[in-house]
Design a protein around this ligand. Structure first.
Ligand SMILES: [Zn+2]
Length: 566
């Protein structure tokens, strides 16, 4: 349920000028393409995506048993509740189990990869749009372009990215045939990004792509796979709050409603639940493809027999030993061929199943982009100089304002955008991220992180649950220099006004005149002047904290800024 909800997307309306006519192919993430038995026939059995309504239906049919468990829950038996829920899930999911060699005995199939049956218009009208992956996103992209020329690659997410890259290549050829177009535009999310990378890796001489946009791509995997396969989760408190606020689209802070005790109970619940269903994933080639290099060898040794699982190991050894270490040159080869590749990554959130990486909730930012990152909640020391392993141009500012990301080491330093507090599956609830995706995909207005000051290398999510968004009046957002004389604070709440109570800058002698501020209406901004001198230093981090009143609650937001005034 957690993973399904991570992929929740909702609607927002923006537009971009259509420049050319190359059809769009959307390559969705791991959890979205449909898997089942007898798909498209009357006796169809849909098994994946594993939806909450399916599970709830199963739970209700088991209600007497569950009622007893719920009673147990009231006295703290989260382990037993998790086990029961996991068993219910297993009754639905066991047919998705693969043999040790990665094959299936259950006749599992994915939705047909026929261009005529995979346009957004077809999928949207087919069985009430039940099969449309990334639904709101796909519809919005198609609305800005053409629902008959926007396609969705519906793949079997049990398979490793190399096998899927071969299928994607055939699908691209089929879409070209079907539309008569010479090239296609590729747009991916999550695992879809790794499939694109595998396509460019396996077919370095193909020139069928006009451009590739990768949203939160699982390029070098995630450590979450270790937590899943070992059914060992440690869900962090901050993530539960952030996750629920996103899920509920809550403009109010839920922090005070969630206790440490509840947090550890949710962790326990998730671990026991996972233990019941983890066998399903054990022989999916995709699980090992999605694993980070850090844990691949250990998980391979723990879960895969060298003889019985040889096909899974063979493909994944190529992915981990040949593809993942060479992502930079794979993408540089694309750029050299005239195929622009753009990467968008989230950052600033702890990984939802445990660990101390800086992530978008699910994927460590370092694996999605190649950028060196400080651990979650930490930052580089003052005076930090970018490593410059990929870009060493001293005129470029590749270190994030919070001084937690060094993009000079990224696969593509000039073509990677970072959105702090962007939620892995939540790009659809952030107008900013959606606008950036549409600009990159539907226009040629943005060629790198310098093309448009509105879309710099580092920016913040404008998701309503974050409350306020702020930056200084003269500097690029996130930075502070002697040119600045005021802070501009936007109310992200679309319904209620806020009142700014105070602004402070840690370690700096700045005095913000917040006392006289009036109500800031929904979606509006207020400019608050400050007095005092910005020190003449470079790369010094300061925490800017805004305290504000929303209804009857007093909220605070703190963000890391960089004083860049040398
Ligand atoms: Zn650069």
């Amino acid at each position: 349920m957690l993973l399904s909800a991570v992929l929740l997307v909702s609607c927002c309306v923006t537009g971009g000028a259509v420049k050319d006519d190359a059809p769009i192919i959307i390559v969705p993430g791991f959890i979205e393409p449909m898997l089942g038995i007898n798909i498209d026939e009357k006796n169809e059995e849909q098994l994946w995506p594993f939806t909450v309504p399916t599970l709830v239906g199963k739970i209700l049919s088991d209600f007497p048993v569950l009622a007893a468990r719920l009673a147990g829950l009231a006295v703290g038996n989260f382990d037993r509740f998790g086990t029961r829920l996991g068993q219910d899930a297993w009754d639905i999911l066991y047919k998705l189990t693969c043999n040790p060699d990665g094959s299936s005995d259950y006749g599992i199939e994915s939705f047909p990869q026929d261009p005529a049956q995979t346009t957004v218009r077809y999928l949207k009208n087919h069985k009430s749009g039940k099969y449309l992956p990334m639904a709101a996103f796909s519809k919005e992209i198609a609305a800005g372009y053409d629902a008959d020329r926007t396609f969705v690659f519906c793949y079997n997410s049990q398979l490793d990215s190399l096998a899927l890259a071969t299928q994607l290549r055939a699908y691209i050829a089929a879409v070209k045939d079907y539309t008569g177009a010479e090239k296609v535009r590729l747009c991916s999310h999550s695992y879809g990004g790794q499939i694109l990378a595998a396509y460019f890796f396996q077919y370095p001489d193909d020139c069928d792509a006009e451009k590739a946009v990768m949203i939160f791509p699982a390029l070098a995997g995630t450590d979450a796979i270790k937590h899943i396969l070992e059914a060992d989760t440690d869900v962090p408190f901050d993530d539960i709050v952030f996750f629920l606020e996103n899920l509920l689209k809550s403009p109010l802070s839920l922090e005070t409603l969630i206790s440490d005790k509840l947090c550890s109970e949710i962790s326990e619940f998730a671990s026991y639940g996972l233990a019941e269903v983890v066998e399903m994933w054990r022989y999916w080639g995709s699980m090992y493809a999605l694993c980070s290099n850090e844990y691949y060898d250990a998980l391979k040794a723990e879960f895969l027999d060298p003889v019985e699982s040889a096909p899974i190991i063979e493909a994944n050894d190529i992915i981990h030993y040949e593809m993942m270490p060479n992502l930079q040159s794979i993408f540089e080869n694309c750029q050299a061929k005239g195929i622009p590749v753009s990467i968008i990554s989230g950052s600033g959130v702890q990984e939802c199943l445990g660990g101390d990486d800086n992530t978008d909730v699910l994927l460590p930012t370092k694996y999605a982009t190649g950028a060196e990152c400080a651990k979650y909640g930490a930052h580089f020391s003052d005076g930090y100089e970018p490593k410059g392993t990929v870009c060493d141009d001293p005129a470029h500012r590749h270190v994030s304002p919070a001084m937690d990301i060094d993009a000079s080491t990224a696969f593509l330093p000039e073509n990677t955008w970072f959105v702090e507090h962007a939620f892995h599956g939540g790009y659809g609830v952030q107008d900013y991220t959606m606008n950036l995706i549409e600009k990159l995909l539907l226009t040629d207005e943005i060629t790198d992180v310098y093309s448009d000051p509105a879309f710099p290398q580092f920016n913040y999510s404008d998701n309503v649950n974050l409350g306020v968004l702020y930056g200084f009046d003269a500097s690029q957002i996130g930075y502070l220099s002697a040119d600045d004389h005021a802070i501009v604070i936007k109310n992200l709440n679309k319904l209620a006004p806020i009142k700014v109570l105070s602004v402070t800058a840690s370690g700096l002698d700045l005095d913000f005149d917040a006392g006289k501020s009036l109500l800031v209406l929904p979606g509006q901004s207020v400019t608050i002047p400050f007095s005092g001198d910005v020190p003449a230093v470079k790369a010094q981090r300061t925490d800017i904290t805004v305290k504000y009143m929303e209804g009857f609650s007093v909220n605070t937001m703190t963000r890391g800024f960089t004083v860049d005034n040398a």
